[in-house]
Design a protein around this ligand. Structure first.
Ligand code: ADP
Ligand code: MG
Length: 794
């Protein structure tokens, strides 16, 4: 594999690139519509540089992009916008009726102005135009006749207490058509309202869309839906659907078109997943059966040494996995389960079965902290079994190699050697494991822990290191709703661990207002009490340095800059921020609390006097991270102030308190993960969510929801409902998000299920889609943005 694992992507990709990395546009052009692919045509060519320039600011470069820019909603030509709700400074498009328009000369300043008034029937709004002379304003005056209805767009300002738009761009409904009958029909059509911007108002987009769409013939619009599917579901052609959504004559029409396009999104995605499933099933894997009873076995020894009994779920899923590993088809399984349900043990047992059968297992973890924790746990649990080849080591044991990006040269070399020679039966690592110089003697099983941080490509990259297709076990960090599983992990079979091991005392959650001194004091007192009882506390902050760029309190900025930073080995320090309330940019919220600042403050909190406070964040050298985690585990450090690097998987059973600063800025799933770090032993857990938001705001509701329930499935569903779709799939790191414009994975359960069934039938009958070139092309183009996104994250 080359340094750039997936090659170039997008329309400029090398012509020599294999099919699956070539844009569908070109494929569609070559295979379907002859030499000219109308969807790939640059808008500059079709519309001219000016319109194209404005559209480019919305990310629309080609005909296909523009036609895929669907209206966000539709204006009813009979209904006017409520002008009472206009907000100063906002860029708006409103529908209103003209009351009057007057041109007059301005004595004071020279020049002329036109002042018009429009209404929604209740409120009024001024429109103001200035010009050198009155003549220039007469056209406006003649168009803005009282009684006419128009769309007006501009930034809302105020002049002497009156709301106004200055030099609004506008369109008078019904006037821009040639004859009267056409004008009437035109005036009654639903008005597509596009996601617009200040540089291009909605109706200019509408005009551009028409200009591009009207000359297209049915043959020039490739349709990924096979005719049989179309017929069975009662849908028309893709061409018709585009007409329906962009140029409807009535509501039913655009709804019908939108339903079809939404179904199509689900169908193409499910076809891609079905194809992946089918391909994997057709591959050959090495069977890794259990050892016969009585034979020396690392798995049997491990089971015998477990300090607890497996839950029923762990046993059942364990048997299922065990049977799959024994087959010569690669296992493709997703293991999801509640935080703390004991997924790791299930994975370890699978790995040991493979090791017993002579193969190797790789365990891919999202952070260094988690990778070294896994290695440590494995070595402890396996005891002498993990010392194969050493004096006193068991002869059926194995070695455990740890491979992370920041390993020293010597340690790295020896880990690489252990992996390549097969001496290490288990190789644990971060995505350093994906790098090309990592080789395995006989890789039989890939386990991906806390999947939401890894994409499909990363799974594939690891699988590519095996001679025969390895078995695959993917674990999610938190439970996810079924449709999300079908969408994001739809190529995998799913098992769920729903039971929490017995003997857990549960977790209590409270919201603490950050500015309430008494509550904050009580928070530190509780930390003190827990530590005095022999327990430990986490204190989580959203960023490391108080003077980081993110200090403005711009949550999006924090996410973005952190994401850039994550180009290094670890995925930590990526606060999965939300800014659902739009309160981020330019808000007067207090800045985010930082690890280094809070750690210092804690030193002078009276309640904490004498306690050892440690610090952990992703920018620390790995050895320091390792040491502080070990100290925290042993109790040498009692309070750990950390970033979200402890979010997933970290397992210190003595930790009982979790304090999260700026809790209102985190996503629910992330808070659920963080909270899952405590209450893992027999002592009850306590989670204190320090929040700066006003009660009653959506952010406050989110934090309160968190305090109300510990049901991960419920939280995940609420989280998804609150997020945009892009966030949902983005959070799952699937990258498929960009192709979903209309489909809502939480709401559109029925659509997803139908599409999944239909796609499975199509793929079963024609696995390579030889008979369905347009579907094949659509799948290829969907993988494109995914690759781009992966490269960005890599
Ligand atoms: P998660 O599903 O969140 O990854 P882990 O695998 O980290 O959960 O398990 C959480 C804790 O529960 C660990 O300390 C683990 O050793 C313990 N554990 C796992 N299975 C059981 C069980 N059957 N009974 C008691 N404790 C268990
Ligand atoms: Mg885990």
């Amino acid at each position: 594999m080359s340094g750039e694992p997936f090659g170039a992507s997008g329309p400029d990709a090398e012509p020599a690139a294999p099919d699956h990395v070539t844009g569908a546009r070109r494929l569609a052009g070559d295979l379907v519509t002859g030499p000219v692919d109308r969807f790939a045509e640059p808008l500059t060519k079709v519309l001219g540089p000016r319109s194209a320039g404005a559209l480019a600011k919305l990310g629309l470069e080609t005909t296909g992009d523009l036609l895929g820019h669907y209206p966000r909603r539709y204006g009813d030509p009979g209904r006017l916008t409520d002008l009472g709700g206009l907000v100063l400074g906002e860029h708006v498009t409103i529908m209103a009726r003209v009351v009057q328009a007057t041109v007059r000369a301005m004595r004071s300043r020279g020049g002329a102005m036109l002042q018009a008034e429009v209404t929604d029937g209740v409120h009024r709004l001024s429109l103001t135009f200035f010009a050198k002379g009155t003549g220039a304003l007469r056209t406006h005056e003649s168009r803005l006749q009282p009684g006419r209805t128009g769309l007006f767009t501009g930034v809302v300002s105020a002049y002497r207490g009156t709301r106004q738009l200055t030099h609004p761009d506008y369109l008078i409904i019904g006037v821009d058509a040639d004859d009267e009958e056409a004008a009437l029909i035109e005036a009654r059509r639903p008005i597509p309202l596009y996601p617009a911007s200040a540089s291009i108002p909605s109706w200019r987009i509408q005009k551009a869309v028409r200009q591009v769409l009207d000359p297209l013939t049915e043959d020039e619009v490739p349709d990924p839906l096979p005719p049989a599917v179309r017929e069975a579901r009662g849908f028309g052609s893709r061409h018709a659907a585009l007409k329906d959504v962009h140029e409807p004559f009535d509501t039913r029409q655009w709804q019908h078109g939108r339903d079809r396009l939404r179904y199509e999104e689900a169908f193409v995605l499910q076809a891609a997943l079905a194809q992946r499933r089918a391909r994997a099933e057709a591959e050959e894997a090495t069977a890794r059966p259990l050892r016969a009873p009585g034979e020396p076995s690392a798995l049997a020894d491990f089971d015998a040494s477990l300090p607890f009994t497996l839950t029923a779920g762990q046993r059942e899923i364990g048997e299922e996995i065990s049977a799959e590993l024994a087959r010569s088809r690669p296992m493709q399984r997703l293991l999801q389960g509640e935080v703390g349900s004991g997924k790791t043990v299930v994975a370890l047992r699978a790995m040991l079965q493979v090791v017993d059968a002579g193969g190797q297992a790789a365990l891919l973890a999202p952070t260094e902290v988690l990778a070294s924790q896994h290695a440590r746990t494995l070595r402890t649990l396996l005891g002498p079994l993990a010392e194969e080849g050493m004096l006193g080591g068991a002869d059926h044991g194995t070695r455990i190699a740890l491979l992370t990006g920041s390993l020293g040269a010597a340690a790295k070399k020896s880990a690489l050697l252990d992996a390549a020679s097969g001496r290490a039966g288990i190789v644990v690592g971060t995505h350093a494991l994906l790098s090309e110089n990592v080789q395995f003697a006989d890789l039989g099983l890939v386990v991906v822990d806390e999947q939401h941080r890894f994409g499909v490509e990363q799974r594939d990259a690891l699988r590519a290191k095996a001679r025969t297709s390895p078995h695959l076990l993917v674990m999610t960090a938190t439970p996810i709703p079924r449709t999300v599983a079908m969408t994001v992990f739809g190529d995998l079979e799913t098992s769920s661990l729903t039971e929490i091991p017995a003997g857990r005392a549960g977790i209590t959650t409270h919201v603490v207002p950050a500015d309430n001194e008494a509550w904050m004091n009580r928070t530190w007192q509780r930390v003190r009490e827990e530590v005095d009882a022999g327990h430990r506390a986490y204190v989580v902050c959203a960023r490391i340095h108080p003077d980081e760029a993110a200090a403005s309190g711009d949550a999006d900025g924090a996410g973005a800059s952190a994401r850039k930073k994550s180009r290094t080995d670890d995925f930590d320090e990526v606060p999965d921020f939300l800014d659902l309330d739009g309160a981020g940019a330019g808000s007067d919220r207090p800045p985010l609390r930082a690890v280094l600042e809070v750690a210092e403050e804690l030193a002078s909190v009276p309640a904490l006097r004498g306690l050892v406070v440690g610090v952990l964040h992703g920018q620390m050298p790995p050895a320091d991270k390792e040491r502080v985690m070990a100290d925290f585990a042993s109790g040498a450090v009692q309070v750990l102030v950390s970033t979200t690097v402890v979010e997933v998987g970290v397992d210190v059973p003595e930790a009982t308190v979790m304090v999260v600063f700026d809790a209102d800025r985190f996503g629910l799933s992330q808070l659920h993960q963080l909270r899952g770090r405590v209450g893992r032993g027999s002592a009850p857990g306590l989670c204190l969510l320090v929040s700066t938001v006003e009660p009653g705001t959506p952010a406050a509701v989110r934090v309160e929801t968190m305090a109300e329930t510990t049901d991960g499935f419920r939280l995940a569903t609420v989280d998804l409902e609150l997020r945009s779709e892009g966030d949902v799939l983005g959070a799952a790191q699937s990258g498929r998000a960009s192709s979903l414009k209309l489909l809502r994975v939480v709401k559109d359960v029925a659509v997803i299920e139908q599409a999944r069934a239909d796609a499975a039938d199509v793929i079963a009958a024609d696995p390579d889609l030889a008979e369905h070139p347009e579907l094949r092309a659509a799948i290829a183009s969907q993988l494109d943005p995914e690759r781009e996104e992966f490269l960005e994250r890599a």
